[in-house]
Structure formats: C-alpha cells, structure tokens
Design a protein around this ligand. Sequence first.
Ligand SMILES: Cc1cc2nc3c(=O)[nH]c(=O)nc-3n(C[C@H](O)[C@H](O)[C@H](O)COP(=O)(O)OP(=O)(O)OC[C@H]3O[C@@H](n4cnc5c(N)ncnc54)[C@H](O)[C@@H]3O)c2cc1C
Length: 380
Amino acid sequence: MPNFYTDNDDIRFLFKHIDLGALAKLCEEDFKFAGQFDYAPGDAGEAIQNYDMVLESLGQLSGDFIAPRAEDVDNEGNALNEDGTVSYAKGIQESLEKLAKAEVMGFTLPYRFGGLNFPNLVYSMAIEIVSRADASLMNIFGLQGIAETINAFASEEIKEQYLYDFAAGKVTGAMVLTEPDAGSDLQSVKLRAFTDDNGNWFLHGVKRFITNGCGDVLLVLARSEPDRAGGLGLSLFVCDRGPTVHIRRLEDKLGIHGSPTCEIFFDNTPCQIIGERRRGLAPYVASLMNGARIGIAAQSVGIAEAAFHVARDYAATRYQFGVAIERLPAVRDMLMDMKIDIEAGRALLYEASRVVDMEFGYNKRIRIQSASGQGRGQAA
Ligand SMILES: Cc1cc2nc3c(=O)[nH]c(=O)nc-3n(C[C@H](O)[C@H](O)[C@H](O)COP(=O)(O)OP(=O)(O)OC[C@H]3O[C@@H](n4cnc5c(N)ncnc54)[C@H](O)[C@@H]3O)c2cc1C
C-alpha cells in the first residue's frame, strides 16, 4: 500500500502552508532544548524537518503494516479471558509493538520523559494517518491524552512513575469516567474514592463503556467528597491495572471491534490523587475531554479518507455503459462532494489543533515568565 502521509496531497499542502515554525518556537521554548536532548531541534527548519520525517515513517508504517491487518483485526476482535484479562486482536498487538519501536507513543510529552515534544497539530495529523489505516488502533494510539493529563496536572513523583513508560510504549492507558448512571452528566458520578487511616486512597464501584479499560494505567474520575453532590465532589485518580481491577464484560459494538470497550469493577483499588481534591471534573477532566474531542475529529477525518479511497477505487474500476462509472456525472459529483467535505473537515481540524497549540504555548510562556519574575510586557 502507499505511504499514507506522502500520498495525501492535501495533508502535504497544509503541512507546507501552516506556520509550523511559530508552533515549533513555542513548543521548543525558543529552541532551548537543543543540545540537551537527542533530536531536539536548534531552529524552526530543523523542527519542521523532524515533524516531516516522523509523519513520513508513520505514513509508511500505516500503509505497509497497519492497514493490511485492519480487516483481520475487525473480524477477530478482543477476547475477555477467564482470568479477567483481555487479549487484543493479534494485529493490534503487533501494530502497538511497531508504534512503540518507532518511538511515536509520546507525541506531545516533554523530552525529559522520552517524548517527542511535538505540537498537537502534528499529533492530529498522525492520528488521522493511523485512523485511515485502522480506526480501532487509533483508539489506543490516540489515548496519549492520558499521559498528557498526568503531565499537565499530576505531582512530579507521579509523572516520574508513569511518563517514561508511556513514551516508550511500554504501557497504555484509559480514561475512566462513564458509569451506568453517569454518561453525558458526569457531575453525577458515584464511584467512591476514600482514604484509610494512613491517608492512602482507594476506589470502589463500577465504570462502563471504557475504551481500553484493560490498559495498564487508568485515570479514574471518582467521588472523593461523599457529602458533596455535583462536580465539586469529584477528584481525579490514577491507578494501575491489578488484582482489584476486574473487567466484567466487553461491549459488543457495531464497529471498531479491535478497540476493547470495557465494564470495570474497582474493588477497593489502591490509587493516587492527581493534583488537588475537588478539581477532578473541572479543570482536569474538562482538559482531557477537550484533547479527546480533537482526537475523535482526527479519527473521523482518517476514516472518511479511507472511505473515499475505497469509493474512488471502486468507481475507477467498475464499468457500466462501457465506461468506468467515475466518468458518469452523477457518480463524479458524489466523489467530488466527498473530497470537498474531507478537505473542509481537515482544514477545520488542523486549524483547531493549531489554536490549541498557540493557547498551550503562550500560557506556558506566561507561566515561565511569571515564575522567573519577568513582567507581562515582556511576555510577547
Ligand atoms: C465506543 C465507545 C467508547 C467509549 N469510551 C469511553 C471511554 O474511554 N471513557 C469513558 O469514560 N467513557 C467512554 N464512553 C462513554 C461515552 O462517553 C458516553 O457514552 C457518553 O458520555 C454518553 O453517555 P451515555 O451513553 O450514557 O448517554 P446519555 O448521557 O444517557 O445520553 C443519551 C442521549 O441523550 C442525549 N442527551 C443527554 N444529555 C443531553 C442534553 N443535556 N441535551 C441534549 N441531549 C442530551 C445524548 O446526546 C444521547 O443521544 C464510550 C462510549 C462508546 C459508545
């Protein structure tokens, strides 16, 4: 199969015309990491070259390795084993190993944890490319937001404990929010978080519809303040998959069969709190969900791109009335509409990702300058 990055003129066009240099400058904090870490660029040109190289190798992996396995992955699905563990489809396991080897499991994580320190925009491009190859795999590849949330809000100790393993692709994560009676309305989450006499935290209760709930590291929204209803009674916790985390069932879905959607029972599971008490839903989960929304948008563009290729190939090879049906105006119109919708969706996705990068980058710059005592006037 072709390289899913280099064969896509529209991604290449946007890559060339969006001001990636400005994003690189913000992410690289004026290129101060050059010389400190392997691969840290010394200027914007070098950074853009790095983005291009990583996307090209991911495009190759997606076309040559991931896409040819996608159909088998979907037919095979996941298995819930008798001991409560979950086995991924063979192709998912193999692709995850390849992605780890390609060092692309810490796209936006800082260099100091082994991440690539890339802008969100480039990560969106990567998600789109992987989704075109296998939308199920994207659900696991796209859960890098778990590590980003730990990086943004957890203590230094927790970061040290988890982020190296995320960046190395040794662990995968899950965002564990939804419950049987708390879907859109996350303020009504009931799963209990409580402390023992020594102040250690534990989780007890049920979560449902959790993508990759069988993953190694779980970010769990739970009620830490039993007397407080609503969002202000909720905190965010991190725990490891272990003997007190029971996967009770896997959902039987219409599609993305390679992505396990789990029901989980936490039976007094030891955990650690992320950041401050009562800030679990806002701002921590709100931030996680904002990232997830962009990820799902990128997945949707990737799926649409894949569908377009199937439609176009069919229309080019199916003959009626002595011509390939792509030459019939009614069919051609449909193909053109698909292409236009995809390009419009992609432009919107990339612009949204770029704005997120600018917001993160400038906020970080302001924080750093405030910490070093520089005035606001110098922030620009
Ligand atoms: C494949 C899959 C993967 C998932 N992965 C995860 C995961 O990784 N982690 C996780 O925590 N959760 C996950 N979820 C759960 C998902 O976040 C919830 O399904 C979602 O929040 C909606 O909740 P619900 O299904 O209970 O629907 P409900 O909240 O019961 O909503 C039912 C219907 O009412 C509508 N509705 C609800 N409230 C309003 C309102 N105020 N105004 C207008 N309409 C409204 C909804 O749009 C929907 O059509 C996943 C779900 C699926 C299907």
